[in-house]
Design a protein around this ligand. Structure first.
Ligand code: SF4
Length: 270
């Protein structure tokens, strides 16, 4: 466990989470404010609220929805960008969207400070969990596809394996390289997200032993390409306990109207 007295190796004077970021350090030039918290509690999300572990999520504005139009989901497909969770649940409210765009601009314009603040929040919540003898979960890519595990190590000298007794991390990704990179990680679990343009990569991920999430319409099939389909809507952390299965998700929000092939027909799956 990282203690309050431990300092990151880098030279930034701030060590967020231990009370040193001044909320007034907002960058007016780039029009973003440093938010009080980057992480949201999972109980505000219909699916993560079903998790058996208390969960914290980082929601950014996906794809290119930031001032610089930098794509933070490099492998996003047309279908997934349209059907993205950003338009479902609380994400449909403009104040929620603006808060997520603000956080994304903070990330884009000052990545190092953003990551230091994120590391501080992760450590603070993990220390609380340790005190309460609990285990908690973090999903850092709620609506993005960034290698935060690498960035936490790089900018905050935080190796999440040091938190494994009390914290587990999980994410969805469309980057097969990330799935392979973290395949044997102790407390980071990744699921490959199928979309209309990566069907063959999804099969490669399954053949590699990974989990794959697929959005289906009209129910869930029992098997997809020979791999067992489990109901991925019952909880968001099934990937921690199930290996080499399809996490079947029912089409919701804008996904119900999908015509791109992002949503798979459960009766006649491709
Ligand atoms: S990659 Fe994920 S977060 Fe990004 S647009 Fe697609 S569904 Fe949304």
């Amino acid at each position: 466990m990282i203690s309050k007295t431990q300092k990151p190796k880098n030279t930034r004077a701030h060590w967020p989470g231990f009370g040193s970021i001044n909320q007034q350090q907002n960058n007016m030039e780039h029009k973003y404010k440093i938010p009080k918290n980057l992480l949201s509690k999972g109980n505000t999300n219909a699916k993560t609220s079903k998790n058996s572990l208390k969960t914290f999520i980082l929601y950014l504005a996906p794809h290119k929805q930031n001032d610089k139009q930098i794509n933070i989901c490099p492998m996003a497909s047309k279908g997934c960008a349209t059907a993205c969770l950003f338009t479902a649940g609380r994400g449909k409210f403009s104040n929620v969207q603006n808060a997520r765009i603000n956080k994304t601009n903070f990330y884009i314009y000052d990545k190092e400070l953003f990551i230091l603040k994120l590391a501080g929040e992760i450590i603070k919540e993990t220390n609380k969990a340790k005190k309460n003898n609990e285990k908690i979960a973090f999903r850092l890519n709620g609506t993005s596809d960034i290698d935060f595990i690498y960035l936490l190590q790089k900018y905050a000298s935080l190796n999440i394996e040091d938190l494994k007794e009390n914290a587990v991390f999980y994410d969805y990704t469309k980057i097969l390289g990330k799935i392979r990179k973290y395949k044997d990680h102790l407390n980071y679990h990744l699921t490959f997200s199928r979309a209309e343009d990566n069907n063959s990569v999804s099969i490669a991920a399954l053949n590699d032993g990974a989990n794959v999430s697929i959005v289906f319409r009209d129910g869930l099939p029992r098997y997809w390409r020979g791999y067992k389909v489990i109901d991925g809507d019952t909880s968001d952390i099934l990937m921690i306990y199930n290996k080499n299965v399809v996490l079947g998700l029912k089409a919701k929000g804008d996904a119900k109207k999908d015509k791109t092939g992002f949503v798979v027909d459960a009766v006649n799956p491709i």
